[in-house]
Design a protein around this ligand. Structure first.
Ligand code: CP
Length: 316
């Protein structure tokens, strides 16, 4: 695997899910693969789960993880091409990336969307520069438009908890005080479209996901109607797409509460975390026995480990 951004990068999805459950049952079974290998994890943005689960996955595989917090403990990096670098940014990505590549075997990058220029964000400009200039396999640890490690972990969690062959999965927009990227819902939709589930997406008008990610999902603007009979409810805020990157709806009736869960088929509740309690979801729902938010987060180690394992196997 040269890079990991999209569901097709993992290969056969059924086989990847089976492999994930094997890795989960035997996390140290492939420790030999990472001997004398190094992964550098580059964070342009904050993280709890991705930072820790990626390091844990690397350690389980016998790899040495190094974390670089850009703008924290490195030089501030310029990302624009042709810029006169007379501001506070001391180093350009054009040099930083090949230097990082010379120190490691795999690179993971977290780089959120700026939400100002849709074309720049949806071109995955920063990630493409890492691929072009590092010469190493690159993992998106949530980039401008995708969060594949999260979506893979979400699918593993659904696989572990589903009670019918083709569950109904509802991705529901929920309110938030800030403008958030579309990476998590994009990847969730992309992976669910590739999986054996019936996907329904519900959101206010103006929040339509890019058709490349929404695919063949059923779009339902009536949230309660969308939730009827659901087996899994995946809540997430994202900023609007029309216009791009704005917070055009703050309607608290979209907050997932007991009344929403009552119209489902005793659905499990899911969220990628971090979550704002009583904004995205009520305490009652997230604290209920049907909440999967902690198992989902735990499965982030498993999804990252399968991805790194594929990359290390290609280097053998
Ligand atoms: N879900 C997720 O990616 O969490 P972090 O932002 O804490 O890494």
């Amino acid at each position: 695997m040269k890079s990991f951004f999209h569901v097709q990068d993992i290969g056969d999805l059924g086989a990847a899910l089976k492999e994930a459950l094997e890795v989960k049952a035997n996390p140290f079974g492939w420790k030999h693969l990472g001997a004398n290998r190094t992964i550098v994890l580059v964070f342009f943005n904050n993280s709890l789960r991705t930072r820790l689960s990626s390091q844990k996955a690397a350690l389980n595989l016998g790899m040495n993880p190094i974390v670089l917090n850009v703008n924290g403990d490195s030089w501030k990096l310029e990302t624009g091409m042709g810029v006169v670098m007379d501001s506070d940014k001391s180093e350009h990505l054009r040099e930083a990336i090949p230097v990082i590549g010379s120190y490691c075997d795999i690179i993971g990058v977290r780089s959120f969307a700026g939400l100002k220029d849709m074309e720049f964000d949806y071109n995955e400009t920063i990630l493409k520069q890492f691929i072009e200039y590092s010469g190493k396999p690159v993992i998106s640890l949530e980039s401008a438009t995708v969060h594949p490690c999260q979506a893979f972990a979400d699918l593993i969690t659904i696989e572990e908890h589903r009670t019918n062959k083709r569950p109904k999965v509802v991705l529901s927009w929920a309110p938030h005080p800030k403008c958030l990227p579309q990476a998590v819902p994009n990847s969730f939709a992309e992976w669910m479209n590739a999986a054996d589930v019936d996907l329904v997406i519900t959101h206010p008008e103006g929040y339509e996901l890019d058709p490349r990610f929404a695919g063949n999902a059923n779009i339902e603007y009536d949230q309660m109607k969308a939730l009827e009979g659901a087996d899994f409810v995946y809540a997430k805020n994202w900023s609007s797409t029309k216009p791009y990157g704005r917070n055009i709806c703050r309607d608290s009736s979209w907050t997932i509460d007991k009344a929403h869960m009552d119209v489902t088929d005793n659905a499990f509740f899911m969220h990628c975390l971090p979550v704002r309690r009583n904004v995205i979801v009520t305490d009652e729902v997230i604290d209920s026995p049907r909440s999967l938010v902690i198992p989902e987060a735990a499965n982030r180690v498993v999804s990252a480990q399968v991805v790194m394992k594929h990359m290390l196997e290609d280097m053998q």
